[in-house]
Structure formats: structure tokens, C-alpha cells
Design a protein around this ligand. Sequence first.
Ligand code: ADP
Length: 258
Amino acid sequence: MTTPDATASPAVRARGLTKVYGEGAAAVHALAGVDVDFHAGAFTAIMGPSGSGKSTLMHLLAGLDTVTSGTVHLGDTELTKLDDDALTLLRRHRIGFVFQSFNLLPMFTAEQNILLPLELAGHKVDREWFDTLVETLALRERLDHRPSELSGGQQQRVAIARALIARPEVVFADEPTGNLDSRSGAEVLSFLRRSVRELGRTVIMVTHDPAAAAYADRVVLIADGRIAGQIDDPTPESVLAGLDALRSLETPVQGPVR
Ligand code: ADP
């Protein structure tokens, strides 16, 4: 297992992050000053009640939406300084995405879907890495299948391989098990965890499911647009307890998040 080095510079860092939707009386303060680090080589889950700002935070960290104030760094690059074109390139080359709805192209085979990011980026296929991903995600027998010929869990595994194929610095997974039954969901989460522990990748996952969050190395709790604590080596029980503490106390659960 790869133990993340907490002293290494974080893969993703946010400081003073705020996001206001709308204006005047209709303004919604979705994020109210978020400071958080996500370590390289770690699997981190972002959890919190519905409406707490999880999706907003993920969108800002991934450069999918603009901040109201504050900074986001991916490695040494400040995302919050980049224009749209630079952000598009950065997302294509340095970030992988896994969505709840898989987002595979229906007319392409599993293999073609996995290789698509390399085609878009104009990069050569690293066959060794492709094979490693296919083996790790147990997709060898499915490579010639189209998405309609795959189960939900298999489609999501293809989506994970697609997210990892260009060796991005970080993979953002947005409710990756939201459309899966619990068995396929557990399988997908195990594969995500293997991609971190065995392949050294960095994964940040948004979820509302304590059982899913328990697959991560660390859970960052968010409430009312603020970081409300963190749980290291989470279990479903400790995550549930953390969420309960948020609801009743609204005080930090395990100290500041750095
Ligand atoms: P979560 O993912 O934790 O459910 P969100 O980040 O989606 O929370 O939302 C945080 C807050 O911001 C909520 O009050 C939500 O209604 C609001 N919000 C999110 N997106 C928008 C938007 N595009 N326009 C206005 N309000 C939004």
C-alpha cells in the first residue's frame, strides 16, 4: 500500500474559497471560505449533507466553474488565474473525471472509450499502462463490447480506466456509485481504491453515502459551505458518527484540515 506523504506538496490545494450563486436578495453562499489540501497518492472523500456545497467545491477544484474569491492550485499551477482555453487544456491533460452517469460514448467499444482522452490530447497509447488498467479493472473480456452490452458496474469501470489512461495528476469522481446497485458499487469503489493504492493515483470523490466514503483514506466533512472536520481511515460507522456530530453540534469533528 502506498502511504500518502503528508509532508509532500498537495496535489490540490484550496485557500479562502468562496462561491456565491446569484445576486442581492437571491444570492446563495454555497462556499463560505474553504481551506483544504488533498494529498497526492491518497483517496479522499468529500462528504456532507445535501446542499452543503460538495458539488460546488468539486467543480471549483476541477476548474469546471469560476470561484467568487480564493485560490485553487493543481500542483504548482494556480487554476484560478487561468482563462477558459488554458483551463480546457489543463482538464484534458492533467485531470480525470468519473461521473455518476458514466458518460461513455454509445457507438464506441469499451477500448475506444478508454483511449478517447489520449486521442483528444494527441498522445500515443502507452500499451503497458493500458494493460495494467485493463487488468486492474478486470476489463480484458469486455474490451470489444459497446456500453449497451455492459452492466452498470462494468461501464463505470470503463469510465475509471478512461479517467486514468492519460495518467492525470488527480481524478475527480462525482457520486461514482450513485447509479449502481450496492454490489456493483462496492466493486467500483474497490477498484478506485486499488487505483490509488496499487497504481499510485490521486482520487477525490464526492459522495453522500457513508459506506462509499469508508473506502477512502480520509473523509473531509463539509457543512454550510465550510470545512467542518475530517476523519482519517474512515469506517461507515465513524463517517455516520461524523455526520451526526455535524448535524447536532456544528463544531469541527477532528481538528483543522491541512
Ligand atoms: P451538495 O453537492 O452538497 O448537495 P451543492 O454544491 O450542489 O451542494 O449546493 C450548495 C448550495 O448552492 C445549495 O444551496 C444549492 O442550492 C446552491 N446551488 C448550487 N448550484 C447552484 C446554481 N447553479 N445556482 C444557484 N444556486 C446553486
